[in-house]
Design a protein around this ligand. Structure first.
Ligand code: FE
Length: 377
């Protein structure tokens, strides 16, 4: 891993670079003529207003980032489809969809983490869609399993589940893999948030997919045996706990570390100076990546608009906004996000785990049962 000095150097060198990559600029110039054409057709018909009213998309979103506004505005500008947005957290959106049932106005649902998407899918809240554009642009391992009817959920950004450690207490070579978190060498040092949190459920589900049930459960047991304290707090709390010396090693989603790295607060800067970030399993299976993603709602009334919106989210233009809003990586093939903090952490070029996130859906219940058996709170 990079030294703190080099991290800072790289951060300073790159922070002033233009954020937009050439591929994104090229795409924007494609969007403009389409928008002009749409506007021309609308005004020819003398029905700009009516067109805007007839073309609607109801979006239920668990993502709330300032930069998303520009992404939605561009969709409306280029398609004439107005977006009505309902913002809530993931649990709130799922509860609302369930309560509304067939009367739900939701067309597209955006949730965070494959475990949450898989759970909502298992409750029948989504519908499969067929889209050549999505098939082409989003890797199959970042989507629900394909069926003859199509695919339900699709990832639109990715985040890595990284290891952070205290270099004063832990050697880099002892925390190079997720497997090592269960090594007795790290006894009394490991911290995580609740094992049942979707971020951990997803990680464990793919670990178990790779290792098999027996080894997977033994790994979870070893992890629990190594804990510095009972699981508590969120991912940022784990980073702070490593920085404060309470924990020697912890697990966090990459964007939380990036957020602290970009922070102007002295306490955040100090915290990030005290820790190191590892993208685990680079020599083996790759670092676990998860998604923020979306699906067409089961009872969508504006299904065509919903599919058009999903396809738009996979476009290079929208991908940049979607990823940058939360310091994430693009999900679409060939789209590279320029984020100085992620690059400084070593996130510009890492080997990602290729286990399909559909395995999360498959293993979710099994993982929860294992957590109960090994006493992972
Ligand atoms: Fe989060």
């Amino acid at each position: 891993m990079l030294s703190r000095r080099r991290i800072l150097d790289r951060f300073e060198q790159t922070v002033l670079r233009p954020a937009r990559s050439p591929i994104v600029i090229a795409t924007m110039s494609i969007f403009r003529p389409i928008a002009l054409a749409v506007a021309a057709v609308a005004s020819l018909a003398g029905a700009t207003h009516a067109l805007a009213q007839d073309k609607v998309l109801n979006l239920y979103s668990a993502r709330h980032y300032q930069s998303d506004e520009a992404m939605y505005t561009e969709f409306t500008r280029t398609t004439g489809i107005r977006i009505n947005r309902v913002d809530a957290d993931d649990a709130g959106i799922v509860a609302r969809l369930r309560a509304e049932g067939a009367a739900s106005p939701a067309d597209v649902v955006l949730l965070v983490d494959a475990a949450r998407l898989a759970a909502a899918d298992a409750q029948g809240l989504f519908q499969p869609i067929k889209s050549a554009k999505l098939d082409e642009s989003i890797p199959a391992n970042l989507r629900a399993a394909a069926t003859p009817d199509g695919v339900t959920w699709t990832g639109f950004s990715t985040r890595a589940r990284v290891i952070v450690y205290d270099p004063l207490r832990v050697k880099a070579e002892d925390v190079a893999t997720y497997e090592q978190l269960a090594d007795p060498k790290l006894k009394g040092m490991v911290c995580t948030r609740s094992g049942s949190h979707p971020y951990n459920l997803s990680l464990f589900a793919t670990v178990i997919e790779r290792m098999g049930d027996e080894k997977g459960e033994a790994w979870l047991k070893g992890l629990v045996a190594n804990m510095a304290r009972a699981p508590k707090g969120g991912d940022t709390d784990q980073i702070r706990a490593v920085a404060s010396g309470e924990c020697g090693v912890a697990v966090t989603n990459s964007y939380y570390a990036a957020r602290l790295l970009k922070s102007d607060k002295a306490e955040d800067k100090t915290a990030m100076e005290k820790i190191r970030v590892v993208f685990p399993n680079q020599g083996t299976s790759g670092t676990h990546v998860n998604i923020a993603g979306g699906a067409v709602a089961r009872h969508a009334k504006n299904r065509d608009n919903a599919i058009a919106f999903m396809e738009y989210l996979a476009s290079p233009f929208a991908q940049e906004y979607f990823a940058n809003g939360n310091n994430e990586f693009a999900a679409a093939k060939g789209v590279k996000i320029d984020n100085a903090a992620l690059r400084a952490m070593g996130g510009d070029d890492f080997k990602a785990e290729q286990v399909p996130l559909a395995a999360v859906a498959k293993n979710l219940t099994k993982v929860q049962q294992m957590l109960d058996r090994v006493g992972y709170k």
